[in-house]
Structures are given as structure tokens and as C-alpha cells.
Ligand binder design. Sequence first.
Ligand code: ZN
Length: 134
Amino acid sequence: MKILKIDHLGIAVSSIDEKKNFWTDALGLTFEGTETVEAQKVTTAFLPVGESEVELLESTADDGPVAKYIEKKGEGIQHVAFRVENIDEALEELKAKGIQLIDQTPRQGAGGARIAFLHPKATSGVLVELCERK
Ligand code: ZN
């Protein structure tokens, strides 16, 4: 498996509209709009930071994973995403190593990326996302 870089940090917020000002006004990052991924009950906003990005995550439903995260832990870093060269190969390799996965096969993420989550039990409590972008 080849990890290319930290692709983005996923940050759970109660409201992108209400919380984005810190990232744009205080830190000077560029807000490029939002995208809703209904399958994951989330609206995302990617703000580029050099070679990586901050991904703000707002739940679209009370039972979505981001809503549940905020309910349990409050707002904050929800996941770390590594960009891989080939996500299919990466998942096969991790399975072969006995790493517990949430996604056995890649799913569609925001921005046309193919993504998969590893189980926090396998990663010292960090929700790790692998993502492949063309
Ligand atoms: Zn993400």
C-alpha cells in the first residue's frame, strides 16, 4: 500500500454555516461551497490547506454518523484521511493483515473520491479514512 499524504482532516461541526467563519475569517482558508452525500447523511465543505484540506462535516439527519459523533464527543476532529494510490489494493492488504475495517469495499465520497473507513478499534481510537482521487 502506498500512502501519498494526509488528504484531509474531517471535523464535525453542528453547522457549517455558523462555524465556517473561524476557518475562513480567522485562518484565512478559502470556502469553496458544500456538497451533500446523502448515503452518509452528511454535508461537507472542503477548505484547502496547502497540499491537504480541512473537511467540515455537518449531519443532515439526527441518526447520521456525524450527529452521533457530536452527541457522544462534541464537535471536533472526527477522522483523519490518508490518500492512497490504489484503495482496492490498500483494503486487500489491510484485510490480509487482519485489520478490522468498517468498509470492506470502497464507497463513493464527496468530490468523486473513493473512500473506505477503518475501524477505530484497529487504530487506537482514530477513525481512519482511506481515499483515492483521480
Ligand atoms: Zn473525509
